[in-house]
Ligand binder design. Structure first.
Ligand SMILES: *Cc1c(COP(=O)(O)O)cnc(C)c1O
Length: 405
């Protein structure tokens, strides 16, 4: 069977939550009702101008949208090729794109009459965004976090607590993100009537990948408008880092049907593509099911999830959002990876040349964006999604580079 043309964007996923081969709903029966109820509530809210207007208001007033599309003149000069623009999601409240989704889902929970919120967090960024949104709307907030991550990210734990959240330590397995998601799902099964689960990326069982994508679409909508206003045309290429895939699909979505625009998702190459040393699912993974959906997963021959490594906690996950797998098969989104060493060098370069300290996650996109800029002529344009700021990473980088702090 030949691969069909890319379906109209709004027809994806299908009614059962599939992006072609990928996605779907792989959860215990006890969660089916909750997911169906969530889908119905979301589809209704999506059509409701009052919901959309209230969301726009909070995104502006609380989160700080629209974010700038910034011409990185010195990075451009340094590369000597295409113009590099940065979409400044790092300027948002709580420091990254994650607030777009956390705020929107908190609003949706309120609409559904749910007063208790749970969420998972790895490095703590999604936990902090969720705790901030819950504080704002007066919702009870419980964040699940691996015990190992709580040690590594003690400052974010305190931030969440300051914002009124209860942070629950998860001691199972590797004591990181995967275990925190399992525990959040267990809580949801038990407390499904009172509780909404704010998942932090374009991943998991339907409707999450679709809903989280929609809540980040604003990134691409703004970027398109800003680029046309500024340069009178579309960009030639877009580059974004891919953990679960939310900031990337948020930027890409409005450009999927613009054939002149190339798109690159950048995964974590860690120490290089050897088992257990990276988190580049498209470089070493294969089809499987993990935490609610079917997608590309780093797993061994027995289906055991492999260990992953990345200098950036936000990209350090064994599976990738199903919509990315779908568009990769069709050649619409291309994938690359950046290694820890490349990221550490570019983290310093961007800070020095632009006066902007990028998040380690976002720096993966910058590494590849700069490679693309070098390969392109000076009249071409590349947009790199600067998904977050690097303040959270400064201490870790100082340690790696051997600075005293
Ligand atoms: C969490 C995070 C990511 C990775 O998540 P996606 O869902 O793939 O966007 C990327 N950048 C930053 C700054 C993050 O905090």
């Amino acid at each position: 069977m030949s691969t069909p043309a890319v379906p109209a964007r709004d027809s994806l996923p299908d009614a059962a939550g599939h992006f072609g081969l990928y996605g779907g709903v792989y959860v215990p029966e006890t969660l089916m009702t909750a997911l169906q109820e969530l889908e119905a509530a979301y589809l209704q809210a999506r059509q409701d101008p009052a919901f959309q207007q209230e969301l726009r208001h909070h995104l502006k007033e609380f989160a700080g949208r629209p974010t700038e599309l910034y011409f990185a003149s010195r990075l451009t000069e340094h590369c000597g090729g295409a113009k590099i623009f940065l979409k400044r999601e790092d300027l948002l409240h709580t420091g990254a794109h994650k607030i777009n989704n956390a705020l929107a889902q908190a609003l949706l929970a309120q609409r559904m009459g749910k007063k208790r919120i749970i969420a998972e967090t790895g490095a703590g960024q999604h936990g902090v965004a969720t705790a901030a949104a819950c504080a704002k709307f007066g919702l009870e907030c419980v964040i699940y976090m691996g015990a190992h991550d709580m040690e590594r990210q003690a400052l974010n734990v305190f931030r969440m607590q300051l914002l009124g959240a209860e942070v629950r330590s998860v001691a199972a397995g590797q004591q990181t993100l995967k275990e925190a998601i399992n525990e959040a799902m267990r809580d949801w099964v038990t407390n499904v009537r009172s509780t909404h689960y704010i998942l932090g990326t374009a991943y998991g069982a339907h409707p999450y990948p679709m809903m989280v994508r929609d809540f980040h679409r604003v990134i691409g909508l703004e970027a398109k408008e800003q680029m046309i206003a500024r340069e009178g045309r579309l960009p030639d290429e877009l580059v974004a880092c891919v953990g679960g895939g939310s900031n990337a699909i948020g930027l890409f979505f409005e450009f999927l049907e613009e054939p002149s625009v190339r798109m690159f998702g950048v995964e974590a190459g860690g120490h290089g593509i050897r088992r257990g040393e990276h988190a580049a699912r498209f470089a070493g993974g294969r089809l499987g099911v993990l935490q609610g959906c079917k997608t590309f997963i780093l797993q061994d021959a027995d289906g055991q999830i492999e260990l992953t490594h990345s200098v950036s906690a936000g990209l350090d996950y064994a599976a990738v959002g199903p919509e990315h797998a779908f568009y990769r098969d069709r050649g619409r989104i291309e994938f690359a990876y950046a290694t820890d060493d490349e990221v550490l060098a570019t983290f310093q370069l961007c800070s020095r040349l632009e006066g902007i300290i990028p998040a380690l996650e976002s720096t993966h996109a910058l590494v590849h964006g700069m490679k693309r800029a070098k390969a392109l002529a000076k009249d071409r344009i590349v947009i790199v999604n600067l998904s977050g700021r690097g303040d959270k990473d400064v201490q870790q980088v100082a340690k790696i580079l051997g600075h005293q702090t």
